[in-house]
Design a protein around this ligand. Sequence first.
Ligand SMILES: CC(C)(COP(=O)(O)OP(=O)(O)OC[C@H]1O[C@@H](n2cnc3c(N)ncnc32)[C@H](O)[C@@H]1OP(=O)(O)O)[C@@H](O)C(=O)NCCC(=O)NCCS
Length: 133
Amino acid sequence: MIEYKINDSVIPDELDCFFQNWKSPPSLKIKGKLLEGSDLIITAKENGRLVGFITTISDGAMHAFITLVEVLEAYQGKGIGKNLMKLAISHFKGYYDIVLITDKDKGAFYKKFGFNEIYGMHIRDFTYGKGNN
Ligand SMILES: CC(C)(COP(=O)(O)OP(=O)(O)OC[C@H]1O[C@@H](n2cnc3c(N)ncnc32)[C@H](O)[C@@H]1OP(=O)(O)O)[C@@H](O)C(=O)NCCC(=O)NCCS
């Protein structure tokens, strides 16, 4: 059985099996910082083992940014991402904006929860993970 927890805490080592297909996966140090810096973490655990999670940052009133949505490969396609997203959206109900950045091929997943494509801008560091973190 998968157990979901809102406002959970996660230690960096628990993220060991995640980010498998990333070109520049975050280092253990960065994992620690991003977990510490997140305002809200929602977890999915099976027998205490982390199998999926969402991290978010927010101003606590108007804006929420879903920063990471990750489900272990072996657990994908079982509704875990959907349940995590539903919990995050309901947590931020009433906010003006809930935003996230994703790859185009994941757009259909987020559209299922009411997300729309918008015009946006960002600065991305393409040297990220190349020895600078
Ligand atoms: C994207 C991701 C979070 C989806 O989680 P998941 O647990 O596998 O998804 P679910 O099983 O909850 O799927 C829910 C629904 O979304 C659909 N779906 C899942 N992944 C999808 C995708 N990449 N594109 C379109 N639809 C998708 C499922 O078919 C399902 O549809 P249904 O409700 O009509 O049956 C997961 O695949 C993942 O962690 N991928 C690697 C990391 C990643 O890419 N994160 C997002 C970066 S922004």
